[in-house]
Design a binder for this molecule. Sequence first.
Ligand SMILES: Nc1ncnc2c1ncn2[C@@H]1O[C@H](COP(=O)(O)OP(=O)(O)OP(=O)(O)O)[C@@H](O)[C@H]1O
Length: 290
Amino acid sequence: MDIEVEGLRRRFGRVTALDGVDLSVPGGMFGLLGTNGAGKTTLMRVLAGVLPPTGGRVRVGGHDLTRRAGRRAVQRRLGYLPQDLGLYPDLTPAQFLDYIGLLKGLDDARARRRQIDELLTVVNLEAVAKRRMKGFSGGMRRRVGIAQALLGDPAVVIVDEPTAGLDPEERVRFRILLAGLARDRTVLLSTHIVEDVAQTCRAIAVLTAGRVVFTGPVADLTARADGRTWELTTPGPPPPGAVVVSAVARPDGNHYRLISPVPPAGATPTRPTLEEGYVAMVRGITPVAA
Ligand SMILES: Nc1ncnc2c1ncn2[C@@H]1O[C@H](COP(=O)(O)OP(=O)(O)OP(=O)(O)O)[C@@H](O)[C@H]1O
């Protein structure tokens, strides 16, 4: 099931959250990066069929999401993990999934239970399947969220900021889980954590102020900072004018990674990371070859 978006607009009163988004999402894992307020959640909600667009063309698996019938059809065939999925603390994961399965129209009780058992294994929650969810860690809650998104075996799974608030170990575990799912389906991952997409996504889009400003392979976004990244160790502050991507205090001084169109005094050139390509893109710094 592929996703095709053309000239998508969504307004909330006077706020234009999406301002003519064009996007084509192939299979596998696709990352959507953007700063706070860029419109990621709004785009995810439109694609999941829970929010109608104000204008433009949106098709998911051939269903027209500008029409109510198209949105209904997609809601049944697509898995969505929203940023703020509410769990019922007094239910067990198995009970919660049973309830969501019913809402998704999985009417055959035996088939539904079989699928829930399988999913609890996939997300590694079978040991706590019969424990109430109150007291679950952030990672456990996200895994319940992914399991509910996978009910009904959707061909497209949309996950919004899935690793926010997770500790580093849980974050890595969650990334591996998503990458596994993307082997035979489309997974659209929205985040502002560049590291989440660096390891796992084949292709990526960057959203800024409601518009897609980049779409392509991960390596092409990294290349946006070609010839513009520098390392500098100094006892003092960073040089003025340079964008500081990281600063680490070491015994020999402060170690900075910088983005700058001109070489900062005393700095040595270094190969860019994806994060640096992303920052250069968002800050409007062009690569040397451009
Ligand atoms: N229901 C709503 N009512 C009014 N304004 C909204 C609504 N939802 C989103 N917006 C506005 O639309 C813009 C885009 O918001 P959105 O949540 O889509 O961004 P985001 O990229 O997901 O941000 P974040 O990374 O902070 O979650 C913001 O200006 C936001 O205030």
